[in-house]
Write a protein that binds this ligand. Sequence first.
Ligand code: SF4
Ligand code: SF4
Ligand code: SF4
Length: 200
Amino acid sequence: MTEIKEKKVEDIKKEADNTVKCPVGKSLYYITEFLNGPMCGRCFPCEMGTYEARIRLERLVNGEGSEADIKALRKIMNYMLTASMCMKGKNTAKYVLEWMDSDVFDSHTKGECPQMECRGHIRYRIRPELCIMCGDCQDVCKFNAILGEKRKPFLSGYLPFEIRQRRCTRCGECIKVCPTGAIVLESRAVFEKTTAPAGK
Ligand code: SF4
Ligand code: SF4
Ligand code: SF4
């Protein structure tokens, strides 16, 4: 029988640092992996701390976070740092607290992810003037989030492809395959500001 090796906190730290650029995203990655692996649930500060931290971090990543979430997260992590029973819990709290020193956490309560990574703060859009209706983006989208009909030779009347924002998970696969650079990544906050009706 093959033995499934549990990830160590040092491995999770390396993974979070190498996979994600945004400090908020890194913290969520770390906490999620810690919960799925080394967190044994033997002491309350660590168990409660990681569950609660995941909720707060998810809110920030999804664009629903507030200053109250940041305050609560700091309090929970400080408690976890001092009261956890072993170094695994303490090191996890330390990792999140170190990243919380950056202003990036505050930006996430104002609708911005400066690294343009967190799903609640970005959107993908197809620039109609650059779309050649090849359908490559639709083929790679696992979430059926792209509307459009592939162009056939010698036929006209096709419309540029479009991303259905409600279905899009911001996975970024479509942008990698577009041959014309028609898919762009933009800040949701900037998009909402520039498209808001005049006077609002
Ligand atoms: S601090 Fe250590 S003992 Fe306590 S729940 Fe976390 S991993 Fe388990
Ligand atoms: S891959 Fe690019 S060019 Fe092709 S349909 Fe999608 S957006 Fe248009
Ligand atoms: S970002 Fe992902 S989910 Fe969104 S349209 Fe592109 S491939 Fe589909």
